[in-house]
Design a protein around this ligand. Structure first.
Ligand code: C5P
Length: 234
């Protein structure tokens, strides 16, 4: 049986991928399925948490039961929702695959082939939501004891590259926990199973053995729970 150890804890989770429109019918997107974010939402709800999911595009047949779902499309919409909701959360988990860049402008009408061949797509940088949440906490805009969890989807070889990239990212982002996954070659995005490492700000690095995204979710929530102040649990 699952522990009922997140009763009264408010958890906000981003899930799925963002889509950045180019014109009314086209977008820049990614292969995130939302499976890991939804698995976290289900597991947290089963452990008694009050869960809100802010979801971009997902490839899951059903929404997780017993959680509030808010749908967004772009990174900027996701940023707005997460910033608003983080102020009322005990735990914020950024499991979404956020587009780092978006087209500078969105065409009003479908872009035509044209006689000159393809036109270049000019891009601009999206806000780093995770980094922004940590900065908000540092600045006192969200409570100092809010637990902030990030994900790092990295390509590289199984042994060195992925974990090294993850460690560097952890140092840059300043969150409390970072879930490091290998992606590419059919790994992690859209799959049933997941594997990786869990890095914590106390310096621990826990290998997460290959297993279902549900199992991964419960391992992540075990570490999250240990970071939630006792006063937030009822
Ligand atoms: O920098 P990178 O995209 O690899 O970082 C991954 C982590 O940062 C994930 O937790 C993702 O949700 C978050 N992220 C974000 N805003 C972005 C890009 C990534 O919050 N613009």
């Amino acid at each position: 049986a699952l522990p009922y150890d997140l009763a009264g804890v408010r958890v906000v989770i981003s899930a799925g991928g963002t889509r950045e429109p180019l014109d009314p019918v086209r977008f820049l997107g990614n292969r995130s399925s939302g499976k890991q974010g939804f698995a976290l939402a289900r597991a947290a709800a089963q452990r008694g948490a009050t869960v809100t999911v802010v979801a971009g595009s997902t490839a899951e047949p059903g929404d997780p039961a017993g959680v509030e779902i808010i749908r967004v499309t772009t990174a900027e919409e996701l940023s707005d929702e997460m910033t608003k909701r983080a102020a009322e959360a005990d735990v914020v988990i950024m499991a979404a695959a956020v587009a780092d860049f978006r087209p500078v402008s969105v065409a009003d009408a479908k872009i035509k082939k044209g006689a000159e061949g393809p036109a270049p797509i000019e891009l601009t940088t999206n806000p780093d939501i995770l980094r922004g949440l940590v900065e908000s906490r540092d600045a006192g805009r969200i409570p100092a004891d809010t637990v902030i969890v990030g994900f790092a989807a990295e390509t590289g070889d199984e042994t060195g590259g992925v974990l090294d990239h993850g460690r560097a990212k952890f140092a840059r982002k300043g969150c409390d926990l970072l879930v490091v996954n290998a992606v590419g070659d059919g790994k992690a995005f859209g799959t049933e199973d997941n594997t990786g490492w869990l890095l914590s700000s106390s310096g621990t690095e826990t290998a997460l053995p290959l297993g279902s995204k549900t199992l991964m979710a419960s391992r992540i929530l075990d570490e999250v729970r240990a970071l939630v102040p006792d006063g937030d649990r009822t």
